[in-house]
Design a protein around this ligand. Structure first.
Ligand code: TAP
Length: 476
């Protein structure tokens, strides 16, 4: 079967999901030679489309297409010309934002309010932001003539499918690299719609290639000798495997891995504002967020009051249809992820923590988990140590700022943290001592293309976003 490209209808009010999708290689949609797989709607388990699977030979073709485009077109192109394509992509993303948001919510399960107001606008913002850098790289402090690295192999997870794609592709292209990107198996659709957008923008063939498939496709990509750089976002476990496979080669590597962020609330904090930040920190995107505020550290004297207000607020959360604009918490992305969340929540109870969820009726079909809070959590409990990647909050208490910092840093991860207090000096004192790549003060889960993002320790290395995000894609 040959996949014909058909532009989306002019008034793409309704998303046009095709029965099957091919790989995007050298500017064409083509067959894959692996076993095709289905992507399902996590809100009701209905199959959405059949997706081609790239085997090692397909990955090889994609890398060859990216290399040819790098050598002949994209690498030599002046930055100002590359910028025009990135601006064009950004504008098309804006024009097709409704279609992208609906498709993202259908394939991922996230509430439409989030895909519409957060994910897709940030995707456009990333392309606009990095378009602005493309002709100014000589003024970015990397020396007068920084060069692109070459062909980048990029592997992304399912929690922010299109946004992670933008974080990877926008800086790579701005610097003059070409890319082969593998989306997650459970959320390939917006990456494939993005491939159409590349064609609509008349991006030269081979500059962006999308290879769909499971972990084996990702492995074939990161192990391919023809790529110069690996950029990975996903679990710490897979990140470790990738680091091992890249060791001893000349490939550059950046890893954005898991997290177990502490959201620290001091007793003087404005509690209602803190409650909003806690809810946003752990229930945004069903808690499928690497920087989720999954450990609430609350000062003992304010704990009872805060928990009472938090529970009252949780009782107002609407769980259900991701396409309903009133929904706050959508579907869990996959059966596998739901099983992991259940296992960890059960472990929380078994280890002696107290579990609470508001009364809420979950849909009968699909993958669902009610917003959950655990109190009486000890640092040794699995729910305090392991990344749950779901709508589950573990609450611990502290008495002094020193204790807060010690508990916050007592994790192998180091991606993000939050601090809530009226005292500016306490914010600075705490932030200086936290071993976390991003520290939010009196807010949480705020993202901006100009801000670098990345972790310490087992949360990985390298920064994405901002001027720092250029470093990974330049031989300076
Ligand atoms: P992973 O299982 O690690 O999957 C991430 C990507 O890697 C997917 O595309 C996956 O393909 C692919 N993959 C699996 N095995 C591979 C291998 N051996 N070699 C190369 N690629 C391979 O993570 P996930 O479950 O999708 O995402 C959840 C994790 O990602 C969480 O731990 C979360 O914290 C982390 N995450 C981190 C960040 C940042 S910025 N630090 C952002 C988002 C998510 P399949 O989908 O086919 O398995």
């Amino acid at each position: 079967m040959v996949f014909e490209y058909a532009p989306a209808p002019e008034s793409a009010a309704i998303v046009d999901i095709r029965p099957s999708y091919g790989l995007f290689v050298g500017g064409e949609f083509t067959d894959g030679h692996g076993e095709p797989f289905k992507t399902v709607n996590p809100a009701d388990e209905s199959p959405l489309a059949e997706i081609a699977c790239a085997d090692a030979a397909d990955v090889d073709r994609a890398v060859a297409a990216a290399r040819a485009a790098f050598d002949t077109v994209w690498g030599p192109m002046p930055g100002a010309e590359r910028a025009k394509y990135l601006y064009r992509i950004a504008r098309i993303v804006q024009e097709r934002s409704r279609e992208l948001a609906v498709l993202e919510s259908i394939d991922n399960g996230k509430p439409i309010r989030e895909s519409r107001d957060v994910d897709v606008p940030l995707v456009a913002a990333h392309f606009f932001y990095y378009a602005g850098w493309a002709d100014k790289l000589g003024h970015a402090g990397f020396g007068p003539d920084p060069r692109p690295v070459g062909v980048a192999g990029q592997v992304i997870p399912w929690n922010f499918p299109l946004l992670m794609l933008a974080w990877k592709i926008a800086p790579a292209l701005a610097c003059g690299n070409t890319v082969v990107l593998k989306p997650a198996e459970t959320t390939p659709l917006t990456a494939l719609l993005f491939a159409e957008i590349c064609r609509q923008a008349e991006l030269p063939p081979g500059v962006v290639n999308i290879v769909t498939g499971a972990g084996a496709t990702g492995q074939a990509l990161v192990e391919h000798p023809g790529i110069d750089k690996v950029a990975f976002t996903g679990s710490t476990e897979v990140g470790r495997q990738i680091a091992r496979s890249v060791a001893g080669t000349s490939k550059r590597l950046t890893l954005e891995l898991g997290g177990k962020a502490a959201n620290i609330v001091y007793a003087d904090a404005p509690l209602d504002q803190a409650v909003e930040g806690i809810v946003n920190g752990i229930f945004f995107n069903q808690g499928h967020v690497c920087c989720a505020g999954s450990r609430l550290l609350v000062q003992e004297s304010a704990a009872d009051e805060l928990l009472e207000r938090l529970k009252a607020r949780m009782a107002t959360l609407r769980v259900g249809d991701p396409l309903d604009k009133n929904t706050d918490v959508g579907a869990i992305n996959s059966a596998a992820q739901l099983a992991r969340i259940r296992e960890l929540a059960d472990a929380g109870e078994a280890e002696g923590a107290e579990r609470w969820s508001p009364a809420c009726e979950l849909p009968g079909e699909g993958y669902w988990f009610a917003p959950t809070v655990f109190t009486g959590v000890a640092q040794s409990h699995r729910i305090a140590r392991e990344e749950i990647f779901g709508p589950v909050l573990s609450v611990l208490t502290f008495r002094t700022p020193d204790e807060a910092v010690t508990k916050a840093n007592n994790t192998p991860y180091g991606l993000s943290a939050g601090i809530w207090t009226e005292k500016g000096s306490l914010i600075l004192w705490t932030a200086e001592r936290l071993r976390a790549g991003v520290v939010w003060a009196n807010t949480f889960n705020k993202f901006d293309p100009a801000s670098p993002f990345g972790g310490y320790k087992e949360s990985g290395f390298g920064r994405e976003g901002g001027r720092h995000g250029l470093e990974a894609y330049l031989d300076a």
